[in-house]
Design a protein around this ligand. Structure first.
Ligand code: CTP
Length: 399
């Protein structure tokens, strides 16, 4: 899953049998948070209904020109509004019209007025696909920066076998996604984030944990994704797409398996320093004649320190960011911690404050770097704090 909220995707459907596959494409963009607008050519209505696309896109479907209820003609407002135009399926007829600047319906008129990326996913009979005029027209469009998602070979609806079947919906979606994220500041960056408090089992029904809600890690994951990064989230709290773990040992295993290929690791999880020496296989019963029981705890590995040591030994380029939660002497403890752990940055939280930190949607932090620098980020939503942290680490403007 990726977050396309705030993006408007225009899907153009032309009159070919593959038009039914555009329904799944609309759903895919909707599932990923995009606002989807659909334009159909009158011929597309022979294959799928306006009502189907209206329901799936949760927007009115545009078909005819001159249905204007605004001062701006529809082909201009649709072209202005969308971030990308995905024409799937694109018939030989529409491809040829686009290549020659013909605007004889709403879809071709919008395409002519469209200044942002256009993706074309052709689908047609294999002999039509091989026709030199169609190939010339496609070449011309490709040279003009239209992104062509070539059709696949296989059994075609017309009974022929050959190239002409609409590319998979996944491939069309991915091509559009690449275009939408091409200029984002964290494009190409791989980021590992841990979130939540670890769960150290006592017996099958009880555990030791802490108050961490995972919200800071989730805010970092969401913000980094929106800025184009590829994010791996390791979490003790359920979240879409996360690698789920419980204990510190499980978290360590996953972090070690992933971190060496990353550009940055954010250890936002609250890792328990100790675990129960021997987890009871069966529920511990209170009947037994004693008013006291003793749990023996043993130290957990320090995941942050371990990866910092590996980074040094192997001269890895990964940036490692630790977090610390302190209830007193925030900066004195934080300074000691960054040098003791050996990380590149440490994000220090004051947990004595009730209005920020654990469980809250807001935070106020200090960012310490390995050279002794300290910067305060004033109270803000965890998402804005995340953006500020990412900005400092890559010294780029994230706006
Ligand atoms: N951390 C870790 N492994 C541990 C404990 C902590 O990787 N066993 C990481 C946390 O994810 C965090 C940083 O270390 O990024 C600091 O966590 P914190 O609990 O503040 O530090 P501790 O080293 O546990 O120090 P103390 O509890 O004594 O303050």
């Amino acid at each position: 899953m990726c977050n396309l909220s705030g993006k408007t995707v225009l899907i153009g459907i032309t009159g070919g049998i593959a038009a039914y596959k555009a329904c799944e494409l609309v759903r895919m963009f909707k599932r990923n948070g995009a606002n989807v607008k659909v334009i159909m050519t009158p011929n597309a209505l022979n294959f799928v209904t306006e009502l189907t696309l209206q329901n799936l896109s949760q927007n009115n479907v545009a078909i005819h020109e001159f249905e204007i209820d605004d001062f701006k003609p529809e082909h201009i407002s649709l072209a202005d509004e969308a971030d990308i135009f995905v024409i799937a399926p694109a018939t030989a007829n529409t491809i040829s019209k686009l290549a020659n600047g013909i605007c004889d319906n709403l879809l071709t008129s919008v395409a002519c007025a469209f200044k942002k990326p256009v993706i074309l996913a052709p689908a047609m009979n294999c002999n039509m696909w091989e026709n030199k005029i169609i190939q010339e027209n496609l070449k011309k469009l490709a040279e003009l920066n239209y992104k062509i998602v070539e059709p696949e070979s296989g059994f075609l609806a017309c009974g022929y076998e050959g190239q002409g079947r609409l590319a998979s919906v996944d491939k069309i979606f991915e091509t559009a996604l690449n275009e939408l994220t091409a200029n984002l500041p964290l494009k190409g960056k791989k980021i590992l984030i841990t979130a939540g408090g670890t769960i150290e089992e006592i017996d099958p029904v009880r555990y030791i944990s802490n108050y961490s809600s995972g919200k800071m890690g989730f805010a970092l994951a969401k913000t980094a994704k929106n800025l184009g990064a590829e994010v791996t989230l390791i979490s003790t709290v359920p979240a879409a797409g996360a690698v789920m773990v419980k204990s510190a040992l499980e978290m360590q295993k996953e972090v070690l398996a992933h971190f060496e290929n990353m550009d940055a690791v954010f250890m936002a999880a609250a890792v328990a320093d100790f675990r129960v020496k021997e987890t009871a296989e069966q529920k511990i019963k209170k009947s037994g004649g004693t008013d006291e029981i003793t749990l023996t705890l043993v130290k957990n590995p320090d995941i942050l320190k371990t990866i910092c040591n590996i980074k040094k030994e192997k001269h890895l380029g990964v940036q490692i960011i630790g977090f610390c939660a302190e209830s007193e002497n925030l900066l004195t403890n934080a300074k000691e911690k960054i040098s003791q752990k050996g990380c590149d940055y440490l994000i220090a939280n004051d947990i004595s404050r009730k209005d920020i930190g654990f469980g809250s949607d807001e935070n106020e932090v200090h960012i310490l770097n390995a050279n002794g620098g300290i910067e305060k980020i004033e109270k803000a939503s965890k998402e804005n704090i995340a953006k500020e942290i990412l900005k400092r680490i890559w010294s780029t403007n994230m706006n």
